[in-house]
Unconditional design. Structure first.
Length: 127
């Protein structure tokens, strides 16, 4: 059975997105874009790198489908694609929820064992 992350197109998108986000400059760009569109020059301001280097980072983010560029007269603002981030968080949440359920089940079992020990008069390590 194939899950969403084993379908080749989805898997490739996830690979590109996670690889793009593995760089701290690109993560900072995503953080900045979460508050609204910005130009390359605006995105380059906080970094001690050239605007050409920032442009290369933006290109990686574009190829990963995380950002887009538009034309606004002389400006070419970069925009965050929230849907792409939602796909990543959805993938992460699916596995987080599975493991949280397993921990809740383990907590229930351990609680039942502790109750059984208490009712039979055995001392547990907590006592």
């Amino acid at each position: 059975m194939q899950t969403d992350d084993t379908v080749p197109a989805v898997s490739e998108r996830l690979d590109r997105a996670f690889q793009a986000l593995s760089d701290s400059v690109r993560r900072a760009i995503i953080t900045r874009l979460s508050s609204g569109p910005a130009t390359v020059n605006e995105l380059a301001e906080p970094f001690a790198i050239t605007t050409q280097a920032v442009s290369r980072h933006i290109r990686v983010l574009e190829e990963a489908g995380l950002v887009t560029r538009s034309r606004d007269a002389q400006r070419r603002p970069v925009h965050l694609r929230p849907g792409a981030l939602e796909e990543l968080t959805s993938w992460i949440d699916r596995y987080r929820l599975i493991h949280e359920q397993r921990f809740r089940t383990l907590d229930t079992v351990l609680g039942a064992l502790a109750d059984a020990d208490t009712s039979t008069g055995r001392k547990t390590k907590k006592e």
